[in-house]
Design a protein around this ligand. Structure first.
Ligand code: PAF
Length: 279
Protein backbone atom coordinates (compact mmCIF):
# COMPACT_ATOMS: atom_id res chain seq x y z
CA UNK A 1 0.00 0.00 0.00
CA UNK A 2 1.28 3.45 -0.88
CA UNK A 3 0.88 6.09 1.81
CA UNK A 4 0.61 9.52 0.25
CA UNK A 5 0.19 12.87 1.92
CA UNK A 6 0.48 15.44 -0.87
CA UNK A 7 -2.35 16.15 -3.30
CA UNK A 8 0.11 16.34 -6.19
CA UNK A 9 1.63 12.92 -5.46
CA UNK A 10 -1.85 11.45 -5.08
CA UNK A 11 -2.88 12.80 -8.50
CA UNK A 12 0.29 11.33 -10.05
CA UNK A 13 -0.35 7.95 -8.47
CA UNK A 14 -4.01 7.76 -9.53
CA UNK A 15 -3.66 9.27 -13.02
CA UNK A 16 -5.61 7.22 -15.57
CA UNK A 17 -7.57 5.25 -12.94
CA UNK A 18 -11.22 5.32 -13.99
CA UNK A 19 -12.79 2.88 -11.49
CA UNK A 20 -11.42 4.09 -8.17
CA UNK A 21 -13.53 3.18 -5.13
CA UNK A 22 -12.94 5.57 -2.25
CA UNK A 23 -13.54 5.29 1.50
CA UNK A 24 -12.92 8.53 3.41
CA UNK A 25 -12.34 8.10 7.17
CA UNK A 26 -10.99 9.95 10.17
CA UNK A 27 -8.91 6.94 11.19
CA UNK A 28 -9.01 4.88 14.40
CA UNK A 29 -10.25 2.12 12.16
CA UNK A 30 -12.51 -0.66 13.44
CA UNK A 31 -14.40 -3.54 11.81
CA UNK A 32 -17.09 -1.12 10.63
CA UNK A 33 -14.53 0.80 8.55
CA UNK A 34 -13.04 -2.43 7.25
CA UNK A 35 -16.48 -3.56 6.08
CA UNK A 36 -16.62 -0.31 4.05
CA UNK A 37 -13.28 -1.21 2.42
CA UNK A 38 -14.67 -4.64 1.49
CA UNK A 39 -17.81 -3.10 0.01
CA UNK A 40 -15.67 -0.61 -1.92
CA UNK A 41 -13.69 -3.50 -3.41
CA UNK A 42 -16.95 -4.94 -4.82
CA UNK A 43 -17.69 -1.65 -6.58
CA UNK A 44 -14.34 -0.62 -8.01
CA UNK A 45 -10.64 -1.03 -8.33
CA UNK A 46 -8.29 0.27 -6.97
CA UNK A 47 -9.57 0.94 -3.46
CA UNK A 48 -8.33 4.21 -2.00
CA UNK A 49 -8.85 5.12 1.66
CA UNK A 50 -8.18 8.42 3.37
CA UNK A 51 -7.42 9.26 6.98
CA UNK A 52 -7.88 12.89 7.91
CA UNK A 53 -9.31 14.28 11.15
CA UNK A 54 -11.12 17.24 9.69
CA UNK A 55 -10.99 20.25 12.01
CA UNK A 56 -13.72 22.02 10.00
CA UNK A 57 -16.42 19.62 11.15
CA UNK A 58 -15.69 19.91 14.89
CA UNK A 59 -17.32 22.59 17.06
CA UNK A 60 -15.15 24.65 19.46
CA UNK A 61 -16.19 22.51 22.46
CA UNK A 62 -15.98 19.17 20.69
CA UNK A 63 -13.37 16.43 20.73
CA UNK A 64 -11.04 17.43 17.85
CA UNK A 65 -7.93 17.43 20.06
CA UNK A 66 -8.68 14.18 21.83
CA UNK A 67 -10.11 12.36 18.77
CA UNK A 68 -8.27 8.99 18.75
CA UNK A 69 -5.34 8.91 16.33
CA UNK A 70 -3.94 5.40 15.79
CA UNK A 71 -2.12 5.76 12.48
CA UNK A 72 0.26 2.76 12.63
CA UNK A 73 -2.47 0.32 13.64
CA UNK A 74 -4.73 1.77 10.91
CA UNK A 75 -2.03 1.27 8.27
CA UNK A 76 -1.65 -2.40 9.22
CA UNK A 77 -5.41 -2.97 8.95
CA UNK A 78 -5.63 -1.28 5.54
CA UNK A 79 -2.64 -3.29 4.26
CA UNK A 80 -4.50 -6.49 5.18
CA UNK A 81 -7.59 -5.29 3.28
CA UNK A 82 -5.54 -4.81 0.12
CA UNK A 83 -6.07 -1.05 -0.06
CA UNK A 84 -3.96 0.37 -2.90
CA UNK A 85 -3.42 3.91 -1.69
CA UNK A 86 -3.89 5.51 1.71
CA UNK A 87 -4.26 9.26 1.33
CA UNK A 88 -3.22 10.74 4.67
CA UNK A 89 -2.76 14.48 4.20
CA UNK A 90 -1.59 16.76 6.98
CA UNK A 91 -3.67 19.85 7.69
CA UNK A 92 -1.14 21.84 5.67
CA UNK A 93 -1.54 19.49 2.71
CA UNK A 94 -5.31 19.71 2.62
CA UNK A 95 -5.77 23.25 3.92
CA UNK A 96 -2.57 25.10 2.91
CA UNK A 97 -4.50 28.35 3.34
CA UNK A 98 -7.68 29.01 5.36
CA UNK A 99 -10.53 27.17 3.65
CA UNK A 100 -12.75 30.16 2.93
CA UNK A 101 -14.80 28.59 0.15
CA UNK A 102 -17.20 26.18 1.80
CA UNK A 103 -19.96 23.82 0.73
CA UNK A 104 -23.13 24.65 2.65
CA UNK A 105 -25.96 22.08 2.68
CA UNK A 106 -29.53 23.42 2.56
CA UNK A 107 -31.06 24.47 5.91
CA UNK A 108 -33.95 22.01 5.66
CA UNK A 109 -31.55 19.07 5.80
CA UNK A 110 -28.33 20.56 7.18
CA UNK A 111 -29.78 22.30 10.24
CA UNK A 112 -31.98 19.51 11.60
CA UNK A 113 -31.07 16.59 13.89
CA UNK A 114 -27.22 16.48 13.99
CA UNK A 115 -27.08 19.90 12.32
CA UNK A 116 -29.18 21.42 15.09
CA UNK A 117 -26.95 20.07 17.85
CA UNK A 118 -23.65 20.45 15.96
CA UNK A 119 -23.85 23.78 14.12
CA UNK A 120 -21.44 23.87 11.18
CA UNK A 121 -20.87 20.12 11.25
CA UNK A 122 -22.34 19.37 7.82
CA UNK A 123 -20.69 22.43 6.30
CA UNK A 124 -17.36 20.99 7.45
CA UNK A 125 -18.22 17.49 6.22
CA UNK A 126 -19.45 18.64 2.79
CA UNK A 127 -16.44 20.89 2.34
CA UNK A 128 -13.87 18.20 3.14
CA UNK A 129 -15.69 15.49 1.18
CA UNK A 130 -15.86 17.75 -1.87
CA UNK A 131 -12.15 18.46 -1.53
CA UNK A 132 -11.27 14.80 -1.02
CA UNK A 133 -13.37 13.87 -4.07
CA UNK A 134 -11.53 16.53 -6.06
CA UNK A 135 -8.19 14.97 -5.02
CA UNK A 136 -9.12 11.29 -5.48
CA UNK A 137 -11.63 11.63 -8.34
CA UNK A 138 -13.40 8.40 -7.41
CA UNK A 139 -16.03 6.67 -9.50
CA UNK A 140 -17.71 5.43 -6.32
CA UNK A 141 -17.41 6.38 -2.66
CA UNK A 142 -18.67 4.42 0.33
CA UNK A 143 -20.19 5.91 3.49
CA UNK A 144 -21.72 4.10 6.48
CA UNK A 145 -25.42 4.27 7.24
CA UNK A 146 -24.61 4.83 10.90
CA UNK A 147 -24.16 8.47 9.90
CA UNK A 148 -27.53 8.37 8.18
CA UNK A 149 -27.99 12.11 7.76
CA UNK A 150 -24.40 12.53 6.57
CA UNK A 151 -24.95 9.84 3.93
CA UNK A 152 -28.14 11.54 2.71
CA UNK A 153 -26.54 14.98 2.57
CA UNK A 154 -23.50 13.71 0.66
CA UNK A 155 -25.72 11.78 -1.74
CA UNK A 156 -27.85 14.89 -2.42
CA UNK A 157 -24.74 17.04 -2.75
CA UNK A 158 -23.21 14.66 -5.32
CA UNK A 159 -26.47 14.64 -7.28
CA UNK A 160 -27.01 18.41 -7.24
CA UNK A 161 -23.42 19.18 -8.25
CA UNK A 162 -23.51 16.39 -10.86
CA UNK A 163 -20.35 14.93 -9.33
CA UNK A 164 -19.08 11.92 -11.28
CA UNK A 165 -19.02 9.87 -8.07
CA UNK A 166 -21.70 7.36 -7.15
CA UNK A 167 -22.42 7.33 -3.41
CA UNK A 168 -22.88 3.91 -1.84
CA UNK A 169 -24.37 3.39 1.61
CA UNK A 170 -23.08 0.53 3.79
CA UNK A 171 -25.07 -1.17 6.55
CA UNK A 172 -24.14 -0.32 10.12
CA UNK A 173 -21.68 -2.74 11.68
CA UNK A 174 -22.74 -3.73 15.20
CA UNK A 175 -21.07 -5.49 18.10
CA UNK A 176 -22.78 -8.73 19.20
CA UNK A 177 -24.74 -6.84 21.84
CA UNK A 178 -26.10 -4.43 19.20
CA UNK A 179 -23.89 -1.37 19.84
CA UNK A 180 -23.02 0.31 16.55
CA UNK A 181 -19.23 0.39 16.12
CA UNK A 182 -17.82 3.89 16.41
CA UNK A 183 -14.44 5.37 17.15
CA UNK A 184 -16.08 7.25 20.02
CA UNK A 185 -17.00 3.95 21.75
CA UNK A 186 -13.39 3.96 22.93
CA UNK A 187 -14.22 6.88 25.25
CA UNK A 188 -16.69 4.72 27.24
CA UNK A 189 -15.75 3.40 30.70
CA UNK A 190 -16.41 -0.34 31.24
CA UNK A 191 -19.68 0.48 33.03
CA UNK A 192 -20.75 2.82 30.22
CA UNK A 193 -19.82 0.23 27.59
CA UNK A 194 -22.11 -2.25 29.37
CA UNK A 195 -24.95 0.29 29.28
CA UNK A 196 -24.33 1.47 25.69
CA UNK A 197 -26.40 -1.23 23.86
CA UNK A 198 -29.48 0.30 25.49
CA UNK A 199 -29.37 2.99 22.79
CA UNK A 200 -29.99 0.41 20.05
CA UNK A 201 -32.54 -1.40 22.23
CA UNK A 202 -34.45 1.87 22.50
CA UNK A 203 -34.43 2.24 18.72
CA UNK A 204 -35.71 -1.33 18.38
CA UNK A 205 -38.51 -0.54 20.85
CA UNK A 206 -39.50 2.57 18.86
CA UNK A 207 -39.38 0.66 15.58
CA UNK A 208 -41.56 -2.14 16.95
CA UNK A 209 -44.13 0.31 18.30
CA UNK A 210 -44.22 2.29 15.05
CA UNK A 211 -44.54 -0.88 12.97
CA UNK A 212 -47.39 -2.04 15.19
CA UNK A 213 -49.20 1.18 14.21
CA UNK A 214 -48.59 3.34 17.29
CA UNK A 215 -50.91 6.27 16.53
CA UNK A 216 -48.86 9.12 18.05
CA UNK A 217 -45.24 9.22 16.88
CA UNK A 218 -44.43 12.36 18.88
CA UNK A 219 -45.57 10.62 22.07
CA UNK A 220 -43.48 7.60 21.11
CA UNK A 221 -40.40 9.83 20.69
CA UNK A 222 -41.02 11.39 24.12
CA UNK A 223 -41.43 7.93 25.64
CA UNK A 224 -38.07 6.85 24.14
CA UNK A 225 -36.33 9.99 25.43
CA UNK A 226 -37.72 9.29 28.92
CA UNK A 227 -36.53 5.68 28.77
CA UNK A 228 -33.01 6.84 27.90
CA UNK A 229 -33.04 9.49 30.63
CA UNK A 230 -34.24 6.81 33.08
CA UNK A 231 -31.08 4.83 32.25
CA UNK A 232 -28.79 7.79 32.92
CA UNK A 233 -28.49 9.04 29.32
CA UNK A 234 -28.85 12.67 28.24
CA UNK A 235 -30.64 12.36 24.89
CA UNK A 236 -30.40 15.18 22.34
CA UNK A 237 -33.14 13.66 20.20
CA UNK A 238 -35.01 10.52 19.32
CA UNK A 239 -36.79 11.35 16.11
CA UNK A 240 -38.90 9.39 13.64
CA UNK A 241 -38.43 10.74 10.13
CA UNK A 242 -39.26 9.86 6.55
CA UNK A 243 -36.37 7.99 4.96
CA UNK A 244 -36.83 9.95 1.76
CA UNK A 245 -36.00 13.43 3.11
CA UNK A 246 -35.58 13.14 6.91
CA UNK A 247 -38.62 15.35 7.48
CA UNK A 248 -41.25 14.42 10.08
CA UNK A 249 -44.08 12.35 8.58
CA UNK A 250 -47.63 13.68 8.78
CA UNK A 251 -50.21 11.37 10.36
CA UNK A 252 -51.51 10.66 6.84
CA UNK A 253 -48.02 9.77 5.57
CA UNK A 254 -47.49 7.46 8.56
CA UNK A 255 -50.87 5.82 7.97
CA UNK A 256 -50.06 5.44 4.26
CA UNK A 257 -46.89 3.53 5.18
CA UNK A 258 -44.20 5.99 4.08
CA UNK A 259 -40.82 4.33 4.81
CA UNK A 260 -39.50 5.70 8.10
CA UNK A 261 -36.26 5.75 10.06
CA UNK A 262 -35.74 6.50 13.74
CA UNK A 263 -32.60 8.47 14.57
CA UNK A 264 -31.05 9.27 17.91
CA UNK A 265 -28.15 11.07 19.54
CA UNK A 266 -27.54 10.82 23.26
CA UNK A 267 -24.77 11.37 25.75
CA UNK A 268 -23.64 8.71 28.17
CA UNK A 269 -21.32 10.41 30.65
CA UNK A 270 -19.12 12.57 28.43
CA UNK A 271 -19.53 10.45 25.29
CA UNK A 272 -22.05 11.41 22.63
CA UNK A 273 -23.25 8.47 20.52
CA UNK A 274 -25.52 8.43 17.49
CA UNK A 275 -27.47 5.57 15.94
CA UNK A 276 -30.50 4.92 13.76
CA UNK A 277 -32.76 2.14 12.60
CA UNK A 278 -34.88 1.90 9.47
CA UNK A 279 -38.45 1.03 10.41
O1 PAF B 1 -17.77 9.98 8.69
C1 PAF B 1 -16.58 10.42 8.81
O2 PAF B 1 -15.70 9.74 9.29
C2 PAF B 1 -16.29 11.84 8.39
O3 PAF B 1 -17.39 12.66 8.60
C3 PAF B 1 -15.81 11.95 6.93
C4 PAF B 1 -16.87 11.50 5.96
C5 PAF B 1 -14.55 11.10 6.74
C6 PAF B 1 -15.46 13.40 6.60
O4 PAF B 1 -14.46 13.89 7.44
Amino acid sequence: MKIISSIEDLRDQLRGQLRTAFVPTMGNLHEGHLSLMRLARRHGDPVVASIFVNRLQFGPNEDFDKYPRTFQADVEKLEKEGVYVLFAPTEKDLYPEPQEYRVQPPDGLGNILEGEFRPGFFNGVCTVVTKLFSCVQPRVAVFGKKDYQQLMIIRNMARQFALPTEIIGAETFRAEDGLALSSRNGYLSPAERAEAPFLYQTLQYVAEQARAGHPDLAALERDAMARLAGHGWQPDYVSIRKRMDLQAPSAAEHAAGDPLVVLTAAKLGNTRLIDNLEI
